[in-house]
Design a protein around this ligand. Sequence first.
Ligand code: UDP
Ligand code: MG
Length: 326
Amino acid sequence: MDSKEPLSLSIVVPVFNEEKNLPELYEEITNSCKGLDLSYKIIFVDDGSWDLSFPVLRSIQKEDLKVKVIRLRKNFGQTAALSAGFDYAKGDIIITLDADLQNDPQDFALLIEKIREGYDIVSGWRKKRKDRLLTRRIPSAMANWLISRITHIKLHDFGCTLKAFRKEIIKNINLYGELHRFIPAIASNIGVSIAEVEVNHRPRKHGKSKYTVFRFVKVILDLLTVKFLLSYSTRPLQIFGVFGLASGVVGGLIGLYLSYQRLILKVGISGRPLLLLAILLIVIGIQFITLGLLAEIMVRAYHESVDKKIYFIREILDSESEQSSE
Ligand code: UDP
Ligand code: MG
């Protein structure tokens, strides 16, 4: 990307019951964007809040053409909220951040600089993280280490929402479940360059965190899915098939040995535990191979239906009249 090229910026903010944080957040984002030499739009996605977040956003939006509000029909979760924001973002660069003022909008410049250097994704690293040690920082450190080992993506902090993406990357990724923290890993599938920058992190002033320590377990299960999708999603039979064949071959050999004993040596085999093992291994082998084939069929069905939305919108407030996604 040429550094002189005029770029536009979309800022996507997932919001779930953050009424007290929104006015200050809006001020901070606006101040930071005014210091940048590019056009911008702030997209707040109200993820089914039941406090005053939506009315607060509506009054902010009324006063400022640069604000768009997408209101989801219910609480779909942070990944879905981000996904809705991405679908309606039009900027060349898309920045995401939390609504609770824990991320600092002053860091936008840092992220954009890296994108201008040529990176496709720039991820924030909350090096001095202001969260609880036992329930947050330790599980998160373990998860980050594991994700990094398994996906081979060298990041210290996958969970930091403050990230910047080139539009063409984000538009080509389909998110579901709680996979937003794995965007860099999923994107690695299409070939991307990823940079990491240290960003500021602040304690939560108002409202409560929406997650508990159980998120750790979900993240680990998500990691399994991501690894499977990344490595075998186009050829599931290659993973199921190996186990199936191994099991079937061992079972078959044991079966042959027993048949030899029964037919040639005329030894009775009815009471032999080995017989049971042979049958079990052969059945497991057949099951694994058919499971692999079924998975192959499902993968094809999946690839044809990836356009499905994971959120439903109640209304969109935007001063620019058109409301369609790109
Ligand atoms: N969030 C959301 N939908 C949810 C849960 C969270 O949009 O179902 C938003 C929330 O408002 C915040 C961001 O996602 O802007 C991160 O949530 P939180 O601060 O609770 O997570 P933590 O910082 O504790 O990891
Ligand atoms: Mg937070």
